[in-house]
Design a binder for this molecule. Structure first.
Ligand code: NAG
Ligand code: NAG
Ligand code: NAG
Ligand code: NAG
Length: 924
């Protein structure tokens, strides 16, 4: 690694919270707006962080922008906008960028390196001098392919704006066309105090998560301090897998194939654990290793065979060969594990070769063999030449099974382990020295604990430039992803075949892709599969490069570099050069490498900081448990898996996905459920018998489902003119909706404890008028189609729609006007009122983004968390009541995009538990 480029900086100014929250009026550097917008399409996540900062001082000032992004991501864009001018970061080859950096350094400028390594995050940091009373906007974009681990994908968003921000929001949108099967919002920011700031909406294929904490809350949560929030929001989800052969997507001449079959029997495994017990493992490390091993051994299945090797300068085996994981053997193994003591030096070579020999001696037919090495140091005994060890191990394994290397702490030569693992189709994982090291070890083991397939080979005809297509093992909870380019952009000959070995036989999955699958795409980013392909290709080339030498290495490097430059990715081979206004230094952003211990060093710049700036920088590590549990039910099953006779030969042909219209439309077609209502399969036959289709019902769009259901839907016809309301939360299996008569004056929301109320006048689409009252009507806010009127005992102000204003009032009232929305915070309430314009009609719609958890809320929108159970034959059970529901759709006007989502339609009387008159007011 190029030493000169690693000036890793991580701020660790832990400071004691003695000051009270700074008032915005007192903020010299005022981050008045901080938005994070993440869009995930088929696991490919693009996140944009936008921070708007004002220098409220009468002199120029250096303003910092620091954010943390997932390690796995590549930065793809950075822009600063000041006084109407834009400064874009330019991605260059590292060498070239380095020159610029060195020149700056030689001029005596502290051209700070802008990233650093943490456990799951790395930092991007830059600064710019902003003139007196001026503003700057920072915008950073990064991209990543979400990886499936233990049955879920995790989109991790770190929020740490360094001060409280009135206009703070995180908007996440996820689109997965097979459907979303599981969702959980996790992370420090989903703590008790902030949980109410998270709102979610789920439809079959789409998911929206919004996180809008109020100013007050940003100082009061667990992971908050006087300088605002510091924590992560993690959106964990998984997708439906209706076809065993996986999911194929194509767009603009590229394809991606996600392969993660379930409903396969597990394979027994032959596993050998090679445990370093050298002196450096002394103390906590060896204790945690023992703890983890005890649990791992305890989790072995009865048909697994296993071996234990411990080593220092000497190699000891528990048993000379692999033994079956019987109860008796497990007890004996545990006793052995409890007796492991640290001592001596480190002979990695002899230990690993011993492990390979043990596995090789054991019959391997029908089992998955795995070698796991855990070490915390360099080889110091026996063979110590790293190159020779790697060659020995590679020869001995001969590509037959994977070697996983777990590097404990930062004293290991991680690159050595990484190369050795990659050369043997495994991977290296760092175990961080921390209180949860045993959980990290276990978490890793769980990922490989259940092999389902071995020798997986994915073949594609009519495609080229493929990413990796052969995989030693496929483990339960993971996913195999292959991307490539479609030859001549023609789908006619495109076809995939998957061959793998399963428990008793070869399995063949076969799939042909039809052009109609393309219609499923969001047009916003039609290029994303090409980017996904580039992302995956660069990642794999960088891994491959590690294992190569000489001209081959250079060729692979060159290819990865070219792709990085073309796609403007900041990878280990490229850097982003941030050029600033004249006379200011240039900064260079590198992608840090795994395997570098974070240095806790002060950045040169900080000495120049004023106490005010200094106090804005706050860092402390957030523990990231590597272990997450999925609590999905096994609700869905594959409709297409047809076990053959004899040697389990599975053939799956993906049916032609009909466009929605075909299914809903023609009178000549009939749709009916063919399986019980739990599974919801349906069949569509066209009268002429030409077309017949089967599939999962809720796999299709709401429109389709609705029309299919109308036949058996209960006959609770909605009132003649009514407006539909939605209730959604991630705890609900599906959204609930109900109709209210138009032209009502509604009591929308009231919190008696904070003296807050919101009423609205409904027209036939949405609201015409919404009135907020706060603190005994000391603050009144009236929103109408024309504009916004705010009055308090001190003043009265009027705004029109389209104006962009951020207004901080007294008594924790904040008003933010964006183009078509008003963001209102009153105490612990945060409500967005959106102005929708549709078919020439304009109306308002309130979205409660944050409300107190403890207060007893009244009003229609106070009923925002309806937990229910779905019973057979469209019965919905909540509280102690059961009501007949019908599956319908509603437009969610709480989101600017106003998506249509499927929902259970229930009479409002059941939901509101009262009559309409209980929820109306005589005057708004
Ligand atoms: C987030 O980004 C997407 C894609 O760029 C864009 O369509 C959407 O409007 C953005 N959402 C917000 C709330 O800014
Ligand atoms: C800024 O304001 C302070 C006090 O308000 C004053 O003393 C100082 O001279 C001003 N600086 C400039 C550059 O105008
Ligand atoms: C694979 O994992 C899922 C949960 O993620 C579980 O339901 C299933 O039983 C597992 N399969 C095997 C063969 O263990
Ligand atoms: C792709 O196009 C080239 C040149 O146009 C042609 O020679 C080749 O046969 C085509 N390949 C396929 C698979 O259609």
């Amino acid at each position: 690694m190029d030493q000169a480029t690693i000036k890793v900086t991580l701020f660790v100014f832990l400071f004691i919270c003695v000051t009270s929250a700074p008032t915005p009026q007192g903020k010299v550097v005022d981050i008045y707006s901080f938005h994070i917008n993440s869009t995930v399409t088929s696991r490919y996540a693009v996140t944009v962080i936008t921070s708007r900062v004002a220098n409220r001082l009468n002199e120029s000032k250096e303003i910092h922008f620091q954010v943390q992004i997932p390690k796995n991501a590549f930065i793809s864009r950075f822009r600063m906008t000041m006084e109407g001018k834009m400064y874009d970061g330019v991605v260059k080859e590292k060498k070239e960028a380095q020159q610029q950096y060195s020149q700056a350094v030689s001029r005596g400028e502290s051209a700070g390196i802008v990233s650093s390594v943490g456990r799951t995050l790395e930092e991007f940091k830059t600064s710019v001098t902003v003139a007196a009373f001026s503003k700057v906007t920072f915008e950073l974009t990064y991209e990543e392919l979400l990886k499936r681990r233990l049955g879920q994908y995790q989109l991790l968003i770190n929020a740490q704006p360094m001060q409280t921000v009135a206009d703070f929001k995180i908007d996440v949108y996820i689109h997965e066309s097979p459907g979303i099967s599981f969702l959980e919002v996790q992370g420090g920011l989903n703590s008790k105090e902030l949980a109410n700031a998270v709102t979610t909406l789920r439809s079959d294929k789409e998911l929206w998560v919004n996180f809008y904490p109020t100013l007050e809350q940003q100082t009061k949560c667990n992971v908050c301090g006087p300088n605002g929030m510091n924590g992560d929001l993690i959106i964990a989800y998984d997708v439906e897998r209706p076809y065993p052969s996986g999911e194929l997507k194509t767009s603009h001449g590229y394809f991606v194939h996600y392969f993660a079959p379930k409903d396969i029997q597990r394979l027994p495994k032959n596993v050998v654990f090679i445990i370093d017990r050298s002196g450096s493992m002394h103390g906590r490390k060896i204790e945690q290793t023992r703890d983890a091993l005890l649990r791992i051994v305890g989790d072995l299945a009865e048909d697994d065979y296993f071996g234990l090797i411990v080593f220092d300068s000497e190699v000891n085996v528990w048993r000379r060969q692999l033994v079956q994981a019987t109860k008796g053997n497990l007890e004996a193994a545990k006793a052995f594990v409890r007796g492991i003591r640290d001592q001596g030096a480190t002979d990695i070579n002899a230990a690993v070769l011993k492990g390979v020999k043990m596995i090789n001696k054991h019959p391997q037919d029908g089992a998955a063999s795995i070698l796991i090495l855990l070490t915390d140091g360099d080889p110091t005994s026996g063979e110590t030449d790293i190159g020779r060890i790697q060659a020995n191990v590679k020869n001995a394994i001969g590509g037959k099974f994977p070697l996983y290397c777990l590097g404990f702490g930062f004293d290991v030569n991680f690159e050595f382990l990484q190369k050795m693992a990659l050369e043997n189709s495994g991977r290296a994982v760092r175990i961080y020295v921390d209180s949860d090291a045993d959980l990290q070890l276990q978490g890793f083991y769980e990922e490989v604990a259940t092999p389902l397939l071995t020798n997986v080979q994915l073949n594609y005809t009519g495609a080229g430039n493929l990413t990796q297509t052969t995989f030693n093992h496929y483990y339960n909870g993971s996913e195999i992803v292959v991307a490539g380019q479609i030859t001549n952009n023609s789908l006619e000959s495109f076809q995939t075949t998957i061959i793998a070995i399963s428990k008793n036989a070869n399995v063949i999955f076969q799939d042909t892709l039809s052009a109609i699958d393309l219609t499923d795409f969001i047009p916003e980013n039609p290029d994303f599969i090409k980017r996904l392909w580039a992302y995956l290709t660069v990642k794999q080339l960088l891994e491959k490069e590690v294992t190569l030498k000489g001209t081959k290495k250079e060729a692979v490097k060159k290819k990865a570099l070219d792709l990085s430059l073309q796609n403007k990715f900041v990878t280990p081979l490229t850097s982003m050069v941030v050029t600033k206004p004249e006379e200011e230094k240039t900064q260079v952003a590198h992608k840090p490498k795994e395997g570098v211990q974070p240095h806790f060093e002060h950045h040169g710049d900080t000495t120049k900081m004023t106490p005010d700036q200094y106090s804005q920088i706050q860092r402390f590590s957030v523990p990231h448990s590597q272990r997450f549990h999925s609590n999905r039910g096994s609700r869905f099953h594959s409709a297409q898996l047809r076990p053959g006779v004899g040697n389990a030969h599975f053939v799956d042909t993906q049916p032609v996905a009909l466009p929605d219209l075909l299914i809903t439309g023609p009178a000549g077609s009939a749709a009916h459920d063919v399986v019980d209502s739990d599974l919801k399969y349906y069949e569509v036959h066209e009268e002429d018998g030409v077309h017949s289709q089967t599939g999962r019902r809720d796999f299709f769009s709401p429109r389709v489902t609705m029309s299919m259901d109308t036949k058996n839907a209960p006959t609770t016809a909605p009132p003649v003119s009514s407006v539909r309301f939605l209730i959604s939360s991630h705890l609900q299996p599906k959204p609930i909706c109900y109709d209210l008569p138009a032209a009502s004056k509604l009591h929308l929301l009231m919190d008696t404890s904070s003296d807050f109320s919101m009423n609205g006048l409904l027209s036939h689409k949405g609201f015409q008028l919404i009135v907020f009252r706060f603190k005994n009507s000391k603050h009144t806010l009236t929103l109408s189609l024309e504009g916004v009127l705010y009055s308090s005992d001190q003043k009265s102000e009027r705004f029109v729609w389209g104006q962009e204003v951020s207004q901080q009032e007294s008594d924790s009232v904040t008003l933010i006007l964006r183009k078509n929305e008003v963001d209102v915070s009153m105490g612990t309430m945060r409500i967005i009122v959106l102005r929708h314009q549709k078919n020439g009609e304009t109306f308002l719609w309130p979205a409660v983004r944050q409300q107190p958890s403890t207060a007893s809320l009244e009003g229609i929108l106070g009923k925002n968390k309806l937990l229910y159970e779905e019973l057979p034959s469209s019965l919905i059970k909540f509280a102690d009541t059961e009501v007949k529901a019908s599956w319908s759709t509603a437009v969610d006007y709480r989101l600017p995009s106003a998506p249509a989502v499927g929902c259970w339609l229930i009479p409002f009387q059941s939901i509101l538990q009262g009559t309409l008159s209980d929820y109306t007011v005589s005057d708004v």
